[in-house]
Design a protein around this ligand. Structure first.
Ligand SMILES: [Zn+2]
Length: 282
């Protein structure tokens, strides 16, 4: 397993941290892992390694096999559809509420999208084969994969509708809010080039749209690859998709992910703790 991870690390430009034989529940950032009872989590933890990823790190390329599986604890990963003419557009954004390549439980298959880190973070990584074996043994793991799959499907449907129906400024505000949910302050480490790729538009369109957001005070500053945002004003610009997606996925996670029982002496981990800790939060 260590060799497999090292190979992936080299090929993906992802830095490994320490091998973890045990994940202490209080230190779990990933919401799917946090929702697992200790006995089910223990099926995965001996096989985990922790990796860190920097912005622009490619975790999976379109056409590559979905292997290994990443459980992000921090950061944000964008799923990009690559078009034959070289254009790209984001289909979904994933943070610690998700698991990259979890659909590998359906069997070995190539990825239809490229997964790129947009916000630096860390993740627990396990080979797809080990994850499939644990998935087959654990009803709780099957449940979190199922809930996550439905959340991803819902996000895909909303983004498809949003791309067809809503203006660029509302869409850009939506992506910025989704990124903001995954950083600790109001400074987003995102370039205009990255925004152009997320939105599937030209850089000139991003520049024009950014000036509109600046005029209304939603993005007070834009310098050195960082955007400073005013969340309240940005929410007024964003299309309805952000709030609709968040509300629906929040409810799904709260109602369908069982709260894990704490081990003796450990603090109980709530799956739903409030708005700031819900589906898109970091
Ligand atoms: Zn929209």
């Amino acid at each position: 397993m260590a060799n497999e991870i090292a190979r992936y690390r080299r090929s993906l430009g992802v830095r490994s941290q320490v091998s973890i034989g045990t994940v202490h529940r209080a230190g779990i950032g990933n919401r799917l892992l946090a929702a697992l009872p200790p006995a089910d989590l223990a099926l995965l933890t001996p096989h985990f390694q922790t990796v860190s990823f920097e912005p622009d790190a490619v975790l999976v390329r379109s056409g590559d096999e979905l292997d290994p599986v990443y459980f992000p604890h921090r950061g944000a990963i964008a799923f990009m559809l690559d078009m034959p003419d070289g254009q790209t557009v984001a289909t979904t954004l994933m943070g610690r509420e998700g698991a990259l390549a979890s659909f590998s439980v359906l069997g070995p298959s190539p990825s239809s999208v490229t997964a790129i880190a947009r916000i630096a973070g860390t993740a627990s990584v396990i080979s797809a084969a080990k994850f499939r074996a644990a998935h087959a043994q654990s009803a709780a793991i099957r449940n979190v994969v199922q809930v996550h799959a439905r959340a991803v499907l819902l996000q895909l449907q909303h983004v498809a509708a949003c791309n067809a129906l809503h203006r660029v400024d509302g869409r850009m505000a939506r992506w910025l809010l989704q990124l903001h949910d995954r950083v600790p302050d109001d400074r987003l480490p995102v370039t205009q080039e990255a925004l152009a790729q997320l939105l599937g538009v030209r850089r000139t369109t991003v520049t024009l749209t950014m000036s509109k957001l600046r005029e209304v005070g939603a993005v007070p500053a834009d310098r050195r690859g960082f955007l400073e945002i005013d969340r309240t004003r940005l929410e007024k610009v964003a299309c309805d998709c952000y709030a609709l997606m968040q509300r629906t996925i929040d409810r799904m996670y709260c109602e369908e992910l069982a709260t894990a029982s704490p081990a003796p002496g450990e603090q109980k981990i709530a799956v739903c703790r409030g708005k700031a800790d819900i589906a898109f939060s970091s």
